[in-house]
Design a protein around this ligand. Structure first.
Ligand SMILES: [Zn+2]
Length: 349
């Protein structure tokens, strides 16, 4: 029974000998009008571009510069718009005029969606991401008698909210306050003075004294122990513009009030610092780090810029490390009956 999808299929076969882009060497590119290159969770950089992150269960839209006169052929989705790969529905795609609406269905990395018009094409890479919760255990540190962190419970909630405004739309990462308590100088076993001091000497390491009070909670999610302190004097010289903080490999974060400059607590700047530190933890903790990728970037617009530029952007590579989508290109595990590691549980669904 001929229907529009069959006609599309016919047109596709005349336009495209195979579904791969290299078969169209003279074709021009269909432009993406929106989002702009600086949008969260979107990257427009060669060779694989554009790329967009879509949270599971949510819809994101690309506005395309398609020619209204010519029909558009979509390669990838079934006639109902569902994209199925390896017998699993990954996302749903709908072209509504110039708007390409993509709904995430199943965590999947790099789903190709191809659009064709006569002489023109566009490949969009879609990474669907499930929600990743990072549980925060907050320790309000009392350095000494009457020397407690000045951040209030309400301010901490605002800081977390501001960090989530950076992380959630880009990586579908959400910080969740799981527990909070006061850590007294009696329990630490030392009066820390006004600032927690970095020292390379393991015996006098004030940072290590705090990290010893790290707690765990029964969860499969990531956990960050956040030690809220009045001041922190780190290994490197003090940055004036934003709160100084440091993150250990095991998720212990020393986080200063930064009230030495004014008495107003800036929850937005603090949220930015928290998003930066948590990103360090997630990027470093990923079991498959990309080699030669340094912890910081040289781009002032980047969240991982080492100085307080206020940049908030995460790159595609950083996002894929923080909250990896599952690859649909199934790699068969090497079978070694004598020493095979446990298979990655994500493959056992
Ligand atoms: Zn950093």
């Amino acid at each position: 029974m001929p229907d529009s999808s069959n006609r599309q299929q016919d047109r596709l076969s005349t336009l495209v000998p195979s579904a791969s882009i290299p078969a169209l060497p003279r074709a021009s590119t269909i432009a993406v009008i929106d989002p702009q290159a600086s949008a969260f969770g979107y990257e427009h950089r060669r060779p694989d571009w554009p790329w967009i992150m879509v949270p599971e269960g949510e819809t994101r839209t690309l506005t395309l510069g398609i020619n209204a006169k010519d029909p558009v052929v979509l390669n990838g989705p079934a006639p109902d718009g569902t994209v199925e790969l390896l017998h699993m529905n990954r996302c749903h795609v709908k072209l509504n005029g110039m708007r390409l609406q993509i709904r995430g269905m199943q965590s999947t990395r790099n789903i190709p969606i191809d659009l064709y018009q006569p002489g023109r094409y566009l490949r969009v890479w879609v990474s669907v991401k499930s929600r990743l919760d990072v549980h925060i255990i907050a320790h309000y540190v009392e350095h000494g008698p009457l020397l407690k962190t000045r951040i209030s419970k309400e301010q901490l909630r605002a800081v977390i909210e501001n960090a989530n405004a950076i992380l959630a739309p880009q990586a579908n990462v959400h910080l969740v306050l799981a527990r909070e308590s006061t850590l007294s100088h009696e329990r630490i076993g030392k009066r820390l003075g006004l600032s927690v001091e970095y020292s390379s000497d393991a015996v006098t390491q004030e940072q290590a004294l705090l990290n010893a009070h790290k707690q765990t909670i029964p969860t499969t999610n990531w956990v960050v122990n956040l030690f809220l302190v009045r001041g922190y004097k780190g290994k490197n010289k003090r940055e004036k513009k934003n709160p100084l903080a440091t993150m250990s490999n095991d998720g212990c974060c020393i986080f200063e009030d930064h009230l030495h400059e004014s008495d107003t607590y800036d929850t937005k700047k603090a949220g930015h610092t928290l998003a930066h530190e948590v990103s360090h933890y997630l990027i470093g903790a990923n079991p498959k780090p990309i080699k030669d990728d340094p912890a910081h970037t040289s781009n002032p617009n980047s969240l991982m810029y080492p100085h307080s530029s206020g940049g908030t952007r995460l790159s595609r590579a950083e996002i894929e490390k923080m909250n990896p989508s599952i690859s649909y290109v199934r790699q068969l595990p090497a079978i070694d009956p004598f020493g095979a590691p446990d298979p990655d549980p994500r493959w056992l669904a």
